[in-house]
Design a protein around this ligand. Structure first.
Ligand SMILES: CC(C)(COP(=O)(O)OP(=O)(O)OC[C@H]1O[C@@H](n2cnc3c(N)ncnc32)[C@H](O)[C@@H]1OP(=O)(O)O)[C@@H](O)C(=O)NCCC(=O)NCCS
Length: 234
């Protein structure tokens, strides 16, 4: 049982918080905290990220401070008119939007290392265009906006996969996994290789769950350890 469920009796919110949740979710209930408790025990998924718990239940995500058990807010995850993200090949003209997404997505990696000069945050438009020309870039589009991407190129029988990214607001719903599977399908019959920081437990979990195995580690000049993983095409 996770800590949130174990401590469910400590759940509370403020008057403003209750108002915000009623408004965001168009709820008619008087006791918002009780409603949240019910959603927590019936949740599809509960994830701890940073200082908060995120509870995914029905079409809502509830944010709860993991220290104080205060229900901070809740949002609809599947607003009316919203569509499933569609994954297709990116066009050259998408690369500036993808670079903007990259700068937003990699803030979480920068925070892990307390280093906001990591390569994905320094990359220029010319450099991402060069990567586009070298291989395949995929984009995930929802409601007209690019919310995810991944890129890869083939060399010597290996597809080198990189820059798997999902906008922070859309994480934890399987899109990262779908993008990874989609880029693998672009390069059938090849060996796949990718790397991530040794501190990124979440990324390592994602890759290992997708069948990747660690084969090498390297520490760069700034002291960041990178773990290299590979997967043979079955
Ligand atoms: C890595 C990244 C693309 C994953 O995207 P995502 O859409 O959240 O991924 P998914 O929803 O498919 O989740 C895949 C796995 O990640 C883990 N995960 C997802 N959300 C999580 C969260 N909030 N906290 C911890 N782990 C989480 C889970 O283990 C999940 O596997 P599961 O479904 O078996 O539980 C995204 O976090 C990202 O853009 N990160 C910043 C850029 C980056 O580090 N890219 C990788 C560089 S190598």
């Amino acid at each position: 049982m996770n800590d949130l469920i174990k401590n469910i009796d400590k759940l509370h919110t403020t008057e403003l918080g209750a108002e915000r949740i009623r408004h965001n979710l168009e709820l008619g209930v008087a006791d918002v905290v009780n409603w949240c408790k019910l959603k927590i025990v019936q949740a599809n998924k509960i994830v701890r990220q940073g200082k908060n718990w995120y509870v995914y239940a029905d079409n809502a995500v509830i944010t709860i401070n993991a220290h104080s058990y205060t229900v901070i807010t809740a949002h609809k995850t599947n607003p009316r008119n919203s569509t499933e993200p569609q994954i297709t090949r990116a066009d050259l003209s998408d690369m500036d939007e993808i670079l903007t997404l990259q700068y937003a997505a990699y803030q979480s990696e920068a925070l892990i290392h307390n280093d906001f000069t990591i390569q994905p945050l320094r990359e220029t438009l010319d450099e991402v265009i060069a990567e586009y020309q070298k291989g395949v870039v995929l984009k995930a589009v929802q409601d007209g906006a690019i919310i995810g991407s991944v890129r890869a190129y083939a060399a010597g029988g290996t597809a080198y996969i990189g820059k798997l990214m999902v906008h922070p607001e859309y994480r934890g719903k399987g899109l990262g996994k779908r993008l990874l599977a989609a880029i693998e399908r672009e390069f059938p019959h090849l060996r796949y290789e990718l790397f991530t920081s040794g501190k990124s437990d979440r990324n390592l979990h994602l890759y290992e769950a997708a069948g990747y195995v660690r084969f090498w580690e390297e520490t760069d000049a700034s002291g960041i350890k990178f773990v290299y993983l590979e997967k043979e095409r079955c």
